[in-house]
Every structure is written in structure tokens, then in C-alpha cells.
Design a protein around this ligand. Structure first.
Ligand SMILES: [Zn+2]
Length: 260
């Protein structure tokens, strides 16, 4: 049976403290009302233990991309969370700042900073806001990254152009196939339609003409308790019922491609 590979990833866009209470309260309608009775506001955006629990239930591991430049806080605040994820065999990737991508020294510094607190080598890259340019893969390759996932051709559709992988300057590139934020903004998808969208996406992945049939899913760390974002466990539940689906963290999939 031909396998469908799913690359599961989460970008950690906000600092440890998250946005201000005011910012969240202005967006209160994005959350279920009752959450505000039970959970402190600044915990609404931080969901590592919840993600770990969900993924463990389906026996899968993912990649968390951390920034090293947060607007309101230091990346070092995430040290315990990062160590915890690594201990549990999740992958940590670099969520490079868009201001770094033209300067290899800046990317190198970000990578080293993250490696220092993670106490492990970093192989995966995704630029914040998916900023990138055609010179980026060469820089990443010189810095010993193995793969990148900073591309998405369409914001308004899920297309075959955003499935599979390519190899540029020795870097394996996984385009983002499905992203939470685009589903709910550009595509205006209702929560109850998400599983059928994933089903359709999987069906078109099955028709790809490629050695590796891949869907890359980006589900931001901060959305798990939001309407829409809270569908993540349902997505894993659906995917885990499909006999031909394997879910991976990025480096595992990249290594499988390299060794093929
Ligand atoms: Zn980001």
C-alpha cells in the first residue's frame, strides 16, 4: 500500500507570557465562553502539555518551531518547555525571524541560541510569516539544516502545489499544505467543515505523482483552545483511522526521503 505522509508542525509565535489580557479580551469571541471561568488568561495561548497529550494519544510526534526574537519577552522563558518536548522525543525547529533571512550570520546566531537552550542540534527551519527568498536554501544548507518549510503558494486554496516536497541546494523543502490561520481567514472555513476538507486534501494527496506523497500541516501553538483551532484532535483522530497514513515530525520525514 502506498503511504501518505503527514508532517505535523506547530509554530510558537507568541512569547511565554503571550499577548496582553487586553489583546485576548478583545478577541474573546474566538474562545468558548466557559474557558474564561476556568483558565487564567495568559495560559490560553500556551498549549504544549495539551498538544503532547493529544499527540501521545495517537502515538505521533510533531515539530515545534520556536522563535528566538519575541516582541514581548525572551525565548529563554521557553527553556523548560523546550527541554520537556525534547525529552518526550518531539522535535524543536527554528522559527527564524524575517529580518534574519538575508544575512547568514543572523540565522546562524538564532540557530546557535536555540541549540544552546535546547541542548541539541536543530535541523528544521521555518521563517515566521513564511517569509523566504530563493537564496535562503543555500544559506540553510551551509548552516547544516536538513529541511525548510517556509513556503506556501496559495492562501486561498489547498492545492497539489502545496503538497509533496522539493530539494533545493540540498535542503528538503516541505510547502505548507494546510494552515489553521488560513483556513479560518482567507478560506473562511467553518469548524464543522474541517474534517471534510482534510479528507478531500488526503484524497488529492493520494493522486500525487511523486515518490513521497506528503501533506504538511501547520497548527499554531496558540490556537488549540480557540474555535476552529480546537479541531486539531479531531484531525488526528480522522487521520489515525486511515490505514495508509503515517504522521511524522519533520526531521523523521526528511531523513526518510534522504535515505530513500
Ligand atoms: Zn510564525
Amino acid at each position: 500500500m502506498e503511504k501518505q505522509h503527514i508532517f505535523l508542525s506547530h509554530d510558537v509565535d507568541w512569547s511565554f507570557e503571550g499577548p496582553s489580557d487586553e489583546h485576548i479580551l478583545k478577541r474573546k469571541d474566538r474562545f468558548a465562553e466557559k474557558l474564561f471561568d476556568n483558565i487564567s488568561i495568559n495560559k490560553l495561548y500556551r498549549n504544549f502539555s495539551e498538544y503532547m497529550e493529544i499527540e501521545e494519544k495517537y502515538n505521533v510526534k510533531s515539530t515545534f518551531f520556536f522563535r528566538t526574537k519575541y516582541e514581548n519577552g525572551n525565548y529563554e522563558d521557553y527553556e523548560d518547555d523546550i527541554k520537556n518536548l525534547i525529552k518526550g522525543d518531539w522535535e524543536i525547529g527554528l522559527h527564524t525571524d524575517p529580518s534574519s533571512i538575508d544575512d547568514i550570520e543572523k540565522i546562524k546566531k538564532e540557530k546557535r541560541n536555540l541549540e544552546k537552550i535546547a541542548n541539541t542540534k536543530i535541523y528544521g527551519n521555518r521563517v515566521h510569516y513564511l517569509s523566504n527568498n530563493k537564496h535562503l536554501p543555500k544559506k540553510l544548507s551551509e548552516l547544516d539544516f536538513v529541511y525548510d518549510s517556509s513556503n506556501k503558494k496559495s492562501k486561498h486554496n489547498i492545492t497539489k502545489n502545496d503538497m509533496g516536497f522539493s530539494q533545493i541546494d540540498k535542503i528538503i523543502e516541505f510547502p505548507v499544505t494546510i494552515m489553521d490561520a488560513y483556513l479560518f481567514s482567507y478560506m473562511n472555513i467553518r469548524e464543522d467543515k474541517i474534517i471534510s476538507i482534510v479528507k478531500e486534501t488526503l484524497n488529492s494527496c493520494r493522486q500525487l505523482n511523486s515518490d513521497f506523497k506528503i501533506i504538511s500541516i501547520l497548527w499554531h501553538d496558540n490556537v488549540l483552545k480557540m474555535k476552529g483551532g480546537r479541531m486539531y484532535p479531531k484531525i488526528l483522530e480522522f487521520l489515525s483511522t486511515q490505514d495508509d497514513v503515517i504522521m511524522h515530525k519533520g526531521i523523521e520525514l526528511a531523513n526518510e526521503i534522504k535515505n530513500n
